[in-house]
Design a protein around this ligand. Structure first.
Ligand code: 5GP
Ligand code: MN
Length: 344
């Protein structure tokens, strides 16, 4: 971070701090928010964490979860008050203010000192202090580094270490994606030295599914998976009726997109879900095909080169039609061997 000394000075005396993160927080978003909140509380600050929406139950074990304010009608006024009274606002794991819905404008208007810690592409220039790198696998990796740069890693206890580890574990796909660097492993080792129980965190996040969630996955794979070999693409669509038939909860469809990508030869996988108010899309790729570009250009979204999200205002059938039509433009990028017959 540039101006590290000024940043340290800012946090040297107790402040009113607000921390916020992106829509439907994942383990990196919530882990960085609650890890930072616990760290700042230990330093004597008054800290509130506000999330734009709820988040999956498999993150409820994180220390500080019970104090999180989920921005909705009931506590809209309270959230606005916290944002307007904050002296420092941290924005974690997102790169532009529109990602936090209506809260974004409140943050923009606030006179608080703003701090961005993030690893998404194309950050908006709104923060006074920035710790940003797309080379980082997770926001929690950057947060760990920042705490070390500040010379304050002695504040990291077991609870904080487990929040930070959760972000690294999930954003690297359990140390499988190309973002799994030596640095990631070094930081993981340091977090284990601070007491992080990595096996426990893995079990709490990945192995606490409801039966309904598993049945939805089974149904999606057997009935809803479409493989377009000529595009090396696989996609799954889920209607609003199907979500309610399987009593789907926040987080139940997280990771579904990876099944498509696990098919041999597939380089582009998509999940399209009708969330009633909006059609939400998840994009994943392996190799050179940039899903960030695809999501940004066609579906008002973005993210990372190999993992991005977006949305559509069309109906589900029209979104599927549009998606399939778009693939035509990318045929050669998705299948460089297009002129040869597909061999599988
Ligand atoms: P997911 O598919 O898991 O929801 O998101 C994949 C990645 O893309 C995450 O890093 C997430 O923050 C980002 N992302 C998801 N949806 C959007 C979106 O609508 N806009 C932008 N800019 N990024 C998104
Ligand atoms: Mn992240």
């Amino acid at each position: 971070m540039q101006n590290l000394d000024a940043f340290k000075e800012l946090l040297d005396s107790p402040k009113k701090v607000a921390i916020t993160t992106h829509h439907k927080p994942d383990a990196d978003a919530l882990g960085s928010s609650l890890g930072l909140a616990a760290f700042l509380k230990k330093k004597g600050h008054e800290v509130s964490v506000i999330t734009p929406t709820d988040y999956p139950v498999f993150l409820h074990w994180m220390k500080g979860h019970k104090e999180v304010i989920i921005y909705n009608q009931q506590n809209e006024a309270n959230s606005h008050k916290i944002i307007s009274e904050a002296e420092v606002i941290f924005c974690l794991d997102f790169s532009s203010l529109h990602r936090i819905n209506e809260l974004g404008e409140k943050v923009r208007q606030s006179s608080a000192v703003k701090v961005l810690i993030d690893h998404h592409l194309e950050p908006e220039d709104f923060a006074d202090f920035t710790k940003w790198s797309t080379k980082a696998a997770a926001t929690t990796e950057l947060l760990y580094e920042l705490i070390v740069e500040m010379g304050e890693e002695n504040y990291i206890d077991k609870d904080i270490a487990e929040c930070l580890y959760a972000g690294i574990m999930t954003d690297t796909g359990s140390f499988r994606h190309p973002n799994t660097t030596k640095n990631v492993h070094r930081i993981t080792a340091a977090l284990m030295e601070k007491g992080a129980d990595v096996s426990k965190v893995s079990r709490l996040i990945y192995d606490t599914s409801s039966l309904e969630k598993l049945k939805l996955i089974g149904y999606a794979l057997s009935e809803k998976l479409v493989v377009l070999k000529e595009y090396n693409t696989a996609y799954i669509t889920i209607s609003a009726e199907e979500l309610s038939r399987f009593n789907s909860k926040t987080g139940d469809t997280e990771g579904l997109v990876n099944y498509g990508l696990s098919i041999e030869g597939i380089v582009f996988a998509v999940v399209i879900i009708d969330r009633k108010d909006i059609i939400k899309m998840s994009f994943r790729s392996v190799g050179d095909f940039s899903v960030n570009e695809f999501a940004k250009k066609h579906f008002g979204g973005g993210g990372h080169k190999n993992a991005a999200g977006g949305k559509s205002n069309l109906s589900l059938p029209d979104t599927i039609k549009r998606f399939e039509e778009l693939l035509l433009q990318y045929k050669e990028k998705l299948n460089p061997h297009i002129k040869k017959p597909y061999t599988s």
